[in-house]
Design a protein. Structure first.
Length: 161
């Protein structure tokens, strides 16, 4: 097993091995310092770093890492690649937890479009993104009749993509 493989496992799965979450952040940062074989690898590494920050509720740092992942994924595969969609989804989730619901909604809808194109509209990824969007609205959105109607319309549209 190479050092990069070991660091990758630590970066993405430290909790599964009973290791402190800080080790995940350290491993992710070390991976980013290593030479990359392209933008996709760098995007995956920034996603892992963002998830590590997110797991510790370090949301500003998570947003920054997810934004960098989005940029590298866009450069690699353009606006239709699956990792671009995952980066948008991660940004949406981080914004939702930051109580920035307007930005979260924007990123959820973009992620949903990309994930539906990359994996298919009925794919587990697209359905999970819809579920996250619904959960955000149910948990955080204003409950006026106009908001409920708008949310239901958006969810119906999302299912058709």
């Amino acid at each position: 097993m190479t050092a990069v493989t070991i660091l990758s496992i630590l970066a993405s799965n430290s909790a599964s091995f009973g290791l402190p979450k800080k080790k995940s952040i350290r491993a992710s940062k070390r991976l980013l310092k290593l030479e990359s074989d392209g933008n996709m690898t760098t995007a995956k590494r920034y996603l892992a770093l963002g998830y590590a920050f997110r797991s510790q509720f370090r949301l500003d740092e998570a947003l920054e890492a997810f934004q960098k992942a989005r940029i590298f994924a866009m450069e690699d595969m353009g606006p239709t690649g699956q990792y671009y969609g995952k980066a948008l989804w991660a940004l949406a989730d981080a914004h939702a937890h930051h109580a920035n619901f307007g930005e979260a909604e924007k990123y959820y809808m973009q992620a949903l479009r990309v994930l539906a194109r990359a994996h298919g509209p009925g794919s587990p990824e697209a359905r999970a993104c819809i579920d996250d969007l619904r959960e955000m609205f149910q948990g955080y959105a204003r409950k006026s009749k106009a908001d409920v109607a708008r949310i239901e319309g958006m969810l119906a549209y999302a299912k058709m993509i």
